[in-house]
Write a protein that binds this ligand. Sequence first.
Ligand code: XUL
Length: 524
Amino acid sequence: MPLVLGLDSSTQSVSAVVIDVDSKSIIHEESVSFGEDLPDYGQPSGFIPGGENGEVHSDPLMWLDALELVFSRLASSPVEMSRIVAVSGSGQQHGSVYLDEGFADALENMDPRKTLKGQILSHLTRQTAPIWMDTSTSAECSEITRALGGDSAVCSRSGSIAIERFTGPQIRRFAKTSYDGWELTGVIHLVSSFMASVVAGRNVGIDYGDGAGMNLLNLASGDWDEDLLKATAPDLRAKLPLPKPSGTVVGTVSQFFVENYGMNADCKVVLFSGDNPCSLVGMGASKPGKVVISLGTSDTLFAAMPDPRTDPNGFGHVFGNPMGGFMSLICFLNGSLAREKVRDDLGLDWSDFDREGLDQTPPGNLGRGMLPFFGPEITPRVSSSAPVYFGWKELEREPAAVVRALLEGQFINMKVHSRWLGVSPETIFLTGGASKNTGIAQTVADVFGVPVSRLSVAGSAALGAAMRAANAVCGIPIASLEGAFCQPEAGSTVVPGEGTGKIYQELEQKWVSALHEAFPLPKD
Ligand code: XUL
């Protein structure tokens, strides 16, 4: 009975899921948290605290320690490692790792008696890796945009306007500020392709899913875009791995994992992809028609797309769909941190959050609303440090109504800013921590006017990676994997409440007017 392994190298942890391809079931999961399991790195949330000028970096050596720890936990679990026939993975998107020419040799000659970290350390040409939370590259975004002739040129080629956290602007900043580091750099990996290279013991390519989060991949040609390369940094093509379809088998696992953890020397490695593309698969949404909302540190809304339509306002992104074609992704920064802020300010518990808020107030909140931007937001792009309230008569804001205003405000924002997708979902699939809360799921159903289902999967990115590997190596059709792994949890579906359609149409209009009033569009 063959097994398949899916890894997920995320912002705060490295986790693993093992699936049995015959019974199509999850047989084991492991997770290593940077904060809890590797406290010596002093990066409790997965990044180096105290970055200045918007810099948010993480330590690739910490990821390697976590990878070894996750493998050693797997090897001492009941999982028979030698039965694993395929492995793939997922990585937090946009982050980049800078390595010298010698990295390739180091990978091929990895000594199983030494640590990964000890053998890779000297090949880093930049000790830390900028990750997706980094906002330090506004100047580089403007420079790239200017060189290409405007936002729409960058967007129509790469699927997104130049964005601070995307890899191209980050690469440009490094090339501009560290001449020596840049000259020494032989290869630049994404988190996904770096981890895949370590697992495979050779430099591997970048898949179309994650590659599209770089402002460098030409979506139409599937190759690095010559003009974007030129606008980003000198000699960049030579330093980038080749872009490849996500289902590419890149070889077998490195001897390091065979000798240390009992992996089978024939176990195939499939290109890793980004966490959002992998979650698309893990949520059973790789065919157009399903929309997924993931409630996390930042909230995301994503869906498979039949053709690569781009957001005229530049807030949304187009990435490669690992199962072919494209996917859209919209990221909202004010996600669970905003929900936690309201919960803590009002002294509520998660268990109270909907009971004390949503149960005490009617849908539409009697016209009282909120623009839920507790900090800077990227969708829409506003610099804000406090929410904006509208339609409140009383000065004193009762906590229950504030909870409702926050949630309604977040979901109206998602609805308004996902309209460009031109997709009318039949069902929305909700995932992420806050999705367990039935009141929150009900509010999503009411605001969007469609049923909302929740799946029983915990880590959709690792599961999606495992499903991709099972498809690519064992030839199992993705539809049959989705049928087995991505079913709504019994009793988890909620439908829009009667009469809520009209209520939310009205509230949406007020919300949009409040947005335009509080954050007028710049006149040019
Ligand atoms: C997507 C994004 C995040 C990261 C981290 O554009 O920046 O969702 O992938 O999860």
